[in-house]
Design a protein around this ligand. Structure first.
Ligand code: DGT
Ligand code: CA
Ligand code: CA
Length: 602
């Protein structure tokens, strides 16, 4: 947690529930670690006592009452409570979380899994969070452990999905995978003329809360109800929330909620605009309309010549069939959905200054990927063939350096060996330039995990943080900037370390990092892995303002991952990037010149 978010002492003390949450989390972690059962029980007892209290602990402490007089509260527990009230956090919890991944506590709460089972999943299968558990369950690996039958695995999967439902947001890429077969089934229904997924999905957000599908259906009531019927009976549907004549909502088995609306042709554009949002963007467009005596809503664009009688469909219809008409009505050009967040796009459109957003054709190469030399699944040759198949002009193989042991990172000797293979492949393959790259680990003190002689001979050096992510913000910021100061570094990759739905970004002052990168002429990456999408959109926009070049790269660990590029570009567009803001839109010559500028003497 960045310091700025930590509650200042005594200003707003934790309430009893929050204290309980910390103590139970600690109990879970200790139990997963295999701590003395008496010790674990002490925490659980304290939690039970606190649950039964009728007064805030903060008040009792302030009144000088002796907490050890409460049943189940000893001296240790009392001092934990005081620490929580004073500091807002518990040092022991932080320390324990260094040993046992905090994300495991979410597993403990699933039906059929207690701390003991979670401990085994962690130790024997390497499961550390819900996503990994889901993977292990679906691959049938959990069922192979002693004491985990088919029944209990099914139970765990069901309760995991239910948990997801509560938790709320889904990776856009997962949502897309779930929507694809559904859209395909719907598109085959008689009368279906057009299908669009609106909402945050269309705006290209990294995660989505639900899907908002719009359908245009030719024909009459019969066709419409057949579409609704098809939608609600789709095999992946777990639960039907509501099903009317032109609307239905369902929840898929994964917990992902999907809405369907059947919209008449004359309103389709207006509905598409309305349901694409964002809410903030819509508010801006509506108020522009009002000033022109118009009403814009999901039914269309209307001239308010009815004195505003409250009927949303009254007045003279002046548009609504396509989105352009909505924008036209308020005197604006069409705005790409990725920009519709009220982050200046309405003003830019008004000044005819919308950016020409980057597209897939602008991408000439991929500058971050792994091979079997470290933790990738495909050989360099296979990666090269796949990149060539995508029509790239260049690519870089960027395996890990040795500090990243779990990824079989390369020693200097292995780097040199890898170059021999690179040389061989260069001789064999035509039509694509294979760059010698490396994803160098930024060590705790900000130095790089590779000798300078090696770094100097690489075509492209990526720098990344993979360890000690719990540092204080100021220290982490210094660590990263000092790595960027090394003249060999070309690109700071996955700059915040976040893993969507799994891990928060580490504490780091991104404004300072981006400013330093701009001064030092280092590029930053927008990592296109759907869990990362790191930089996030606001930082992408800021990086562009600072004049940085951005490398949109897949970090592919297998051939299939090269397709992440598309999702990365959506996020690039959300960050207002144009072709000329990308590093990997440069021609090979321009790229080489740029990479060589920093101390590699090329
Ligand atoms: P999500 O699903 O949480 O990722 O985000 P969205 O943007 O898809 O939001 P959602 O599904 O609640 O609604 C879809 C769009 O419908 C939203 O972007 C704008 C529009 N919309 C929904 N409710 C309202 C509202 O109360 N006022 C206005 N102006 N627009 C709304
Ligand atoms: Ca939505
Ligand atoms: Ca919705």
């Amino acid at each position: 947690m960045p310091d700025s978010l930590r509650p200042p002492p005594f200003v707003e003390s934790l309430n009893n529930d929050q204290i309980n949450q910390a103590l139970s989390e600690l109990a879970d972690l200790l139990e997963i670690r295999g701590a003395n059962p008496f010790r674990v029980r002490a925490y659980r007892n304290a939690v039970r006592t606190i649950q039964g209290l009728t007064r805030p602990l903060a008040e009792m402490v302030e009144a000088g009452e002796d907490l050890t007089e409460l049943p189940g509260i000893g001296t240790d527990m009392a001092s934990h409570i005081r620490e929580l009230l004073e500091a807002g956090s518990l040092q022991l919890l932080g320390e324990t979380a260094q040993e046992v991944p905090r994300s495991l506590t979410a597993l403990v709460k699933l039906e059929g899994l207690g701390p003991k089972k979670v401990k085994r999943l962690w130790e024997e299968l390497g499961v550390t969070d819900l996503d990994e558990l889901e993977e292990a369950l679906e691959a049938g690996r959990v069922q192979t452990l002693d004491g985990f039958g088919k029944k209990s695995a099914e139970k765990a999967l069901r309760s995991l999905h239910a948990f997801r439902k509560r938790q709320g947001r889904f990776l856009r890429a997962k949502a897309r995978d779930e929507l694809t077969p559904l859209l395909e089934a719907l598109s085959r229904a008689p009368g279906v003329e057009r299908l669009e997924v609106a909402g945050s999905f269309r705006r290209g957000r990294d995660t989505v809360g639900d899907a908002d599908i719009l359908a245009r259906v030719e024909g009459g009531e019969e066709e419409r109800s057949a579409v609704v019927q098809l939608f609600t009976s789709f095999p992946e549907v777990e639960e039907v929330g509501m099903a009317g004549d032109t609307r239905a909502s369902v929840v898929l088995k994964s917990g992902f909620p999907v809405d369907l609306r059947i919209v008449p042709g004359e309103s389709f554009g207006a509905a598409l605009h309305y349901f694409t949002g964002s809410k903030e963007h819509n508010v801006r467009i509506r108020s522009l309309a009002q000033r022109k005596g118009l009403r814009v809503n999901e039914y269309g664009v209307f001239k308010v010549d009815d004195g505003g009688n409250g009927n949303p469909r009254s007045g003279t219809r002046v548009g609504g069939e396509c989105e352009e008409e909505v924008f036209q009505a308020v005197g604006l050009p069409w705005i790409p959905p990725e920009l519709r967040e009220d982050r200046g796009e309405v003003e830019a459109a008004g000044d005819d200054a919308l950016p020409h957003l980057v597209e897939l054709e602008d991408v000439r190469g991929d500058l971050h990927m792994h091979s079997t030399w470290s933790d990738g699944r495909n050989s360099i040759r296979e990666m090269v063939e796949a990149c060539r198949g995508r029509g790239y002009e260049y690519m870089a193989i960027t395996d890990h350096s040795q500090a990243v042991r779990v990824a079989n990172g390369l020693t200097p000797e292995r780097v040199r060996k890898q170059w021999e293979e690179v040389e061989e492949i260069r001789g064999e393959v035509e039509g694509i330039a294979l760059l010698r790259g490396l994803e160098v680990d930024i060590l705790k003190d900000g130095s790089l995990d590779m000798p300078d002689e090696i770094l100097a001979e690489l075509d492209v050096v990526l720098a990344a943080v993979h360890s000690h992510m719990g540092m204080e913000e100021a220290e982490m910021t210094r660590r990263i900037i000092s790595a960027l100061e090394h003249p060999a570094v070309n690109i700071l990759v996955h700059p915040t370390g976040r893993l969507l739905t799994r891990r928060d970004p580490y504490a780091v002052d991104m404004e300072a990092v981006l400013t330093a990168a701009a001064e030092l002429d280092v590029a930053v990456e927008l990592n296109a892995n759907p869990y990362r999408l790191d930089l996030h959109d606001l930082h992408v926009k800021r990086a562009r303002e600072l004049g940085l070049r951005i490398s949109v790269a897949t970090d592919a660990h297998r051939i299939g991952h090269l397709n992440f590029m598309e999702g990365g570009l959506l996020q690039a567009r959300r960050g207002w990037l144009r072709k000329e803001d990308l590093l990997n839109s440069l021609s090979l010559d321009e790229l080489r010149r740029r990479l060589g500028r920093r101390g590699k003497g090329a």
